[in-house]
Design a protein around this ligand. Structure first.
Ligand SMILES: [Fe+2]
Length: 236
């Protein structure tokens, strides 16, 4: 089974600072999807921050960007899921995204013959309110108790290997601002289950790869900041 991955496109009409090329992400996504198609990828995920709210952007222009880039991705006919990132909740709410692009609100599990993909959402502040309602504080990321329990149950009941996907970082060795506050608790569940084949994340734009408790923790490099290696195909 081949899995196509990319993250942190930050696609929008307006300008972004910090060396982020928002507009180039449209063509980069196209290049990634063409390669996924060519290589027979079975399923693909964006690990979040698909869009952004740049200077001069409005809710309408951001919504338009969500639609344009999602239509591009779906035009290749490969099953696709968006793992939401903090920037995806800046101006459009999750329910509105569902209306707009048929966004599936986590947590949920995509079950396949080969493995179960557990998709989580850590875009919650310490008071456990989600960013789209509470306002984004990107340094205050938490996996709420319901999702911790969901993860535990999904792992308990799974008869297959699992892959855990979440935008913010469970890897405790990236820059501390990027790390999910209750990562220790979540990593412990992953370790105890013995069923997690890999943890895949975005958010930390430099990217990182680490083995923790015998499990690979992959943080994909951000598409908007990299001219190479801005997508990945893994085979399981
Ligand atoms: Fe990002």
């Amino acid at each position: 089974m081949k899995i196509g991955l990319f993250t942190d496109c930050h696609y929008c009409n307006g300008g972004l600072g910090g060396g982020r090329d928002a507009k180039a992400s449209f063509d980069k996504t196209k290049i990634a999807m063409e390669e996924f198609k060519k290589q027979g990828v079975d399923i693909c995920f964006c690990l979040g921050d698909l869009t952004d709210n740049g200077q001069e952007d409005t809710k309408e222009t951001v919504a338009d960007c969500f639609v344009k880039i999602t239509e591009l991705i779906r035009s290749y006919g490969i099953p696709y899921y968006l793992v939401p990132g903090n920037h995806d909740y800046l101006i459009v709410k999750a329910d509105e995204l569902t209306e707009l692009i048929d966004f599936k609100i986590p947590p949920y599990t995509v079950k396949t013959d080969k493995c179960n993909f557990i998709v989580l959402d850590a875009n919650y502040r310490s008071n456990m309110e989600r960013y789209d309602y509470a306002g984004v504080v990107w340094t205050d990321s938490n996996l709420p108790p319901e999702q911790v329990e969901f993860l535990r149950q999904e792992l308990d009941s799974s008869d297959k290997d699992c892959i855990v996907l979440v935008h913010e970082n469970l890897d405790p060795y990236v820059h501390p601002w990027h790390i999910i506050k209750n990562t220790d608790e979540v990593r412990n569940i992953i370790k105890e289950s013995g069923k997690v084949r890999m943890v895949i994340q975005g958010h930390y734009h430099a990217g990182a790869e680490r083995i923790i408790d015998s499990t690979p923790y992959l943080t994909l490099p951000a598409m908007c900041e990299h001219k190479e290696d801005y997508f990945k195909i893994i085979e399981i």
